[in-house]
Design a protein. Sequence first.
Lengths: 110, 158
Amino acid sequence: MIRKELVAASAEPLILSLLAKGESYGYAIIQEIKARSDGKLNWTDGMLYPVLHRMENRGLIKSCWAESEIGRKRKYYSLKKDGKTAMQKHHEQWSLVHAVLSGLKKEQYV
Amino acid sequence: MFDLEEKISAWRKQMLAAGIKFPVPLEELENHLREDIEQQIQSGLNPQQAFEIAVQKIGHADTLKKEFKKTRETKGAQRTAGRTIRRLGGFGLIVVIYLNVAAVVIFPKSSAFYFSKQWWSDWFPAYSVWIVFMIVGIVRSITDFFANCKSRSNETKE
């Protein structure tokens, strides 16, 4: 299981990257992250919503209530322009961390 | 006999008691809970087990309340373009009205007198600029709202 600090820190870049593919809603976001991480990135379901609401308040994403085809009311989230910029920054920063970590790891085996 | 609706209603009351009073988060959480329960039942659990697991997954009311409190604290940071333009227009309009009324009081026979021939050429342009700002802001807010809801993608298809 991944440490909760890392889970919290990765929530925003993951949500932004997921919404860059298209709009989505809370339950689907959790399911997709769970599936993509083989269940290792396990968010407390309810904790996703304060994160989404904060991101919306910061103007990174926007939301809209709509009804699904089976008549279920859902709040759909989608990326805003500032969200795309924030996502690119996250990608740069996480790539840098990844590159440094990979470099150090390689050196251990030389 | 396990009554799912009764249990969901009790869960909702528990959330309300903990302070999650804003209709949006609670409605969103309840929709999530119902969706999860449905998925658990489809995967073979009985309603009681499905409910208990879904409630556990959604988390404790107190913890959620703390997180939503942080959300409300950051709410002041939200400034959509439409709202900003609208407020700017409103502020400009108030300033012009204030100056116009002051001018009428100080110089009653000047062009500042409302709807006089001179008023239309001297003062009306200043009013119209800020009114245009307000209209643009309102239109922008309305289009933003509807833009949020447009083009539902294939993700909604189940």
